[in-house]
Design a protein around this ligand. Structure first.
Ligand code: SAH
Length: 227
């Protein structure tokens, strides 16, 4: 399968997500057209890289379905130059999308993504994928329990959590800049609601439900399971 046909499949998927009304914003659409999902899946799934469903990665985890990445990116409204925190690096694909929005390859900004992953093995997998695709200068991967926040203690304009939490972890609300936005799946281990947490300039926090979703469980101190 040559690169050209991956590019063609990527364009088709983007066209479908636009016609379904899921992809709407030019910066998000550009990111979906730029990031090669086939470089973030396991080699045996490369030919399925542009199916709109999750795929298994290592440690029984999954790379999220493209439409779910799109819903989260659109809800976050990442602006160029934003500092973004991702909890749950997995393959690194969603982090690369966010990096392409906050710091586009064609028009670099100060924006970057700090992505934290609880499993060393997945952090290594993601780092290799990000290096190969040239995002390692804008995405920094750290092994850390992201349910407790980030190792640096800095604030973030945008936070995305890509694993399901029993409730919104307070340490993450505290790391959110004012103004800032976070998206996080909240619910049981089997089914969750995607929640948008918005902090205004005064630091007031509001919460909006965006609909149902299914994610693997968040582990760690404020997650479901300790490891
Ligand atoms: N965003 C990923 C998909 C992630 S699947 C992608 O684009 O591929 C969820 C990930 O969250 C898994 O890799 C899992 O190991 C990680 N995870 C679960 N609990 C975590 C925690 N407390 N801190 C950091 N990562 C966590």
């Amino acid at each position: 399968m040559g690169r050209k046909s991956f590019r063609e499949k990527r364009r088709e998927l983007v066209r479908k997500l636009i016609s379904d009304g899921i992809l709407r914003t030019p910066g998000v659409i550009r990111a979906f057209l730029a990031v090669p999902r086939e470089e973030f899946v396991l080699p045996e799934y490369r030919d399925s890289a542009y199916g709109d469903y999750p795929l298994p990665i290592l440690k029984n985890q999954t790379i999220s379905a493209p439409h779910m990445c799109a819903i989260m990116c659109e809800a976050l409204g990442i602006e160029p130059g934003n500092k973004v925190l991702e909890v749950g690096t997995g393959s690194g694909y969603h982090a690369a999308l966010c990096a392409e929005i906050t710091c586009p390859s064609r028009k670099r900004t100060e924006g970057y993504v700090l992505s934290v992953e609880i499993y060393e093995e997945l952090a290594e997998f993601a780092k290799e994928n990000l290096e190969r695709t040239g995002y390692d200068d804008r995405v920094f991967v750290v092994v850390y329990d992201g349910s407790q926040g980030a190792p640096t203690g800095e604030e973030f304009d945008r936070i995305l959590v890509t694993a399901a939490a029993p409730r919104v972890p307070q340490p993450l609300v505290e790391l959110l800049a004012a103004p800032g936005k976070m998206v996080i799946p909240v619910g049981t281990g089997f089914f969750q609601g995607l929640v948008l947490v918005e902090k205004d300039e005064q630091g007031n926090v509001a919460r909006r439900d965006l609909g149902g979703c299914v994610f693997v469980p968040l582990r760690g101190k404020y997650g479901y399971r300790r490891i």
